[in-house]
Ligand binder design. Structure first.
Ligand code: NAP
Ligand code: F7E
Length: 328
């Protein structure tokens, strides 16, 4: 019998890669979507005939209960969130509703319907914020620096609490930044690779950025969803840091991305103070030794290869849409 999985956030970057992975493994995949007035299924268009979509919202307890009751999944991946850090200062209450209480609603739905369902919760390296040690492990204390980071700390601990209170198989994956050609255009890697492609094709002449000194541990999203799945295949539930162990600055990112297209970034990057954050996370670097040891997980793509792949994908996308006269 095929295993059944529910994915919230299936229309997002990670949800789409996870759906690809689970479909390939023979799972029956149900994706949770919230209603929108225009289609937003671009990232999962290629597998729409192999998955089932159901409407629900992290704000609506009954809709989550209904999905868990109807599907009775073996595994539940909670990837839905307000995930863009700057927006969390604009909408701190909504961020808490989605990212914190939304997780409590998911946990309650599972607990009430079938506490045997295995849960993956999408936690984040943003919880480390102003880091207390370098590199960061599962034991590093949290010091979040944004409403987003704060909301994810609540979500992490409520997941741990339900595991310990109700003996549920609930895992918190503390994932460091992971990117791909499917990354949202507002995140810095994709903003840069899209900008490089536009400049290369003569569609723009510069890209505006904020803090060039911030450093992140960037990996490939396809590798990170494999870690999510591995966490739910163990004998015991646990929490894991997933990271490459290599950190680069935003300045290095632009150097690599522009360099890949044969451009000099100094001529095309403008620093825009409006893009600086009220409180910054300066430097993140993860130690995924536990994940490597227990899960057998390894990242497969270097930073340079990842950024080159993203630049190439944006060049191809923009070149073909320009050629076809499609609105950009
Ligand atoms: P993403 O591309 O922004 O996708 C977020 C998803 O959440 C979208 O499918 C979105 O649906 C959905 N969503 C938002 N609010 C919802 C609500 N109220 N009800 C139902 N669905 C809702 O994010 P991602 O990069 O794939 O990240 C996936 C998860 O991992 C998030 O929880 C994020 O915080 C976490 N995370 C990401 C990273 C990273 O580097 N990517 C690292 C650590 C943790 P719509 O399409 O309708 O907007
Ligand atoms: O910023 C700096 C910015 O928005 C990275 C989310 O997936 O990963 C992501 O959060 C860095 C920051 O990602 C621009 O100040 C400079 O220091 O790509 P980002 P993030 O904030 O690290 C974590 C792990 C998550 O969990 C989140 O959901 O880049 N930066 N200039 C810029 N960032 C953006 N977005 N735009 C700029 O123009």
């Amino acid at each position: 019998m095929a295993k059944r999985a529910v994915i919230t956030g299936i229309t997002g970057q990670d949800g789409s890669y996870l759906a690809d992975l689970l479909v390939d493994k023979g799972y029956e995949v149900t994706g949770v979507v919230r209603r929108s007035s225009t289609p937003n299924l671009l990232r999962i268009e290629h597998i729409l005939d192999r998955i089932t979509l159901r409407p629900a919202d992290l704000l609506d307890q009954l809709s989550l209960m209904r999905i868990v009751k109807d599907v009775r999944p073996h595994e539940f991946y909670n990837l839905a969130a307000m995930s863009f850090v700057p927006a969390s200062w604009d909408q701190p209450l909504l961020t808490g509703e989605f990212n914190s209480q939304g997780v409590t609603r998911v946990l309650e739905a599972i607990r009430q319907v079938d506490p045997g369902i295995r849960l993956y919760q999408a936690s984040s390296s943003e919880m480390f914020g102003r880091v207390r040690e370098v590199p960061q492990t599962e034991m590093t204390p949290f010091y979040p620096r944004s409403p987003y980071g704060v909301s994810k700390v609540f979500a992490h601990y409520i997941t741990v609490n339900y595991r310990e209170s109700y003996d549920m198989y609930a895992c918190s994956g503390i994932l460091f930044n992971h990117e791909s050609p499917r990354r949202g255009l507002e995140f810095v890697t994709r903003k840069v690779t899209d900008g490089v492609a536009r400049i290369k094709l003569g569609l723009a002449d510069h890209v505006g950025l904020g803090n060039l000194d911030a450093c992140r541990d960037w990996g490939f999203a396809g590798d990170y969803v494999r870690a999510m799945w591995l966490m739910l295949q163990q004998d015991e539930p646990d929490d894991y840091v997933i990271a490459t162990g290599v950190s680069h600055s935003v300045r290095k990112l632009v150097e690599v991305a522009f360099g890949h297209a044969g451009l000099d970034w100094r001529q095309h990057v403008r620093v825009d103070p409006a893009l600086l954050r009220p409180a910054e996370v300066d430097h993140l670097i993860g130690d995924a030794s536990k994940g490597r040891r227990v899960l057998g997980w390894e990242p497969t793509m270097s930073f340079e290869k990842l950024i080159a792949m993203m630049v190439d994908a944006d060049l191809a996308r923009l070149a073909s849409s320009a050629g076809a006269g499609v609105a950009r």
